[in-house]
Design a protein around this ligand. Structure first.
Ligand code: GLU
Length: 276
């Protein structure tokens, strides 16, 4: 009798719980109502680009794939702009759940955040005006004005390895490209993926070229809160599945193909690091 009564109460409790859960659903587009905040770039064509309320790029496609694997609906994703210098802070303060923003895995960053990945390997390169002949690689930059972005591995590399360069650090690469076009700087440096995306923009047709001599390996990871090992394992499995299923190649072709970008197949698709 006692057992039976508990059973009845449990059923009622379960029903109440189910009703409460239902009250939270029904958002437009079939979402669960649980917002999943993803930090991406808003101004990098082919990687992370916001146009009105539309978001495109390889990072966006990888982020959507991973979000689904973590149990979220695409309709519940909230895209948050994650400029290079703010990525660690956005993650550690909980303003975003994950960062998928041309975010290189580095030991320095691992002091503040954790990474799953890599899901792509790019390389640092230079973007110059089409008529430029004197800049042919990083060793030819002495005395030149170079633009890069605060908080990026690209700017750090120049400061560490090429101290004779006049480095200007702005907040975004699109600001650097605008400075290059208006002759305020002689070159822009960051990942070849990003530079190819700008060079292919219709408004810069015939004006810009990527030098094509990479001088680093940028292993793009998905930034997560420091020590979130279970999340890291789920994301790592999702990236591996994205690669083995062919979805990764499709996303790479669709997003980097239009810029005529040649993927380095010696480094891609990459093997993922173990989570720790
Ligand atoms: N991948 C490099 C980095 O994470 C450069 C690109 C960027 O700033 O997003 O710093």
């Amino acid at each position: 009798m006692v057992v039976r009564r508990i059973g009845v109460m449990s059923a009622a409790a379960l029903l109440a719980l189910a009703l409460a859960a239902c009250a939270g659903t029904g958002s437009a587009g079939g979402g669960t109502g649980r917002t999943f905040k993803i930090g991406i770039k808003f101004d990098q064509p082919g990687l992370g680009l916001k146009r009105g309320s539309t978001y495109t790029g390889l990072d966006v496609d990888v982020a959507k794939y991973v979000a689904k694997a973590l149990g979220h609906n695409v309709a519940d994703i909230q895209w948050v702009e994650a400029p290079s210098a703010q990525r660690e802070t956005l993650l550690s303060t909980g303003q975003v759940d994950i960062v998928v923003a041309t975010y290189s895995i580095t030991d320095a960053r691992k002091a503040k955040v954790s990474f799953a990945g890599p899901y792509f390997v790019a390389g640092q390169d230079l973007l110059v005006r089409s008529d430029e002949t004197s800049i042919t690689g990083p060793d030819t930059l002495t005395g030149k004005k170079l633009c890069s972005v605060k908080g990026s591995t690209s700017a750090q590399k120049v400061k560490d390895k090429y101290p004779g360069v006049q480095l200007q650090e702005l907040n975004t690469y699109s600001q650097c490209v605008a400075a290059l076009v208006s002759q305020g700087v002689d070159a822009v440096t960051t990942d070849n993926t990003i530079l190819a995306g700008y060079a292919a923009q219709p408004q810069y047709a015939g004006m810009l070229k990527v030098v094509g001599k990479t001088f680093s390996e940028e292993r793009y990871g998905i930034g997560i809160r420091k020590g979130a090992v279970t999340t890291c394992q789920k994301i790592t499995a999702a990236i591996a599945r994205m690669i083995s299923s062919g979805a990764w190649q499709q996303a790479v072709d669709a997003n980097l193909g239009p810029a005529g970008f040649t993927v380095d197949t010696r480094l891609n698709p990459p093997k993922q690091d173990p989570c720790s």
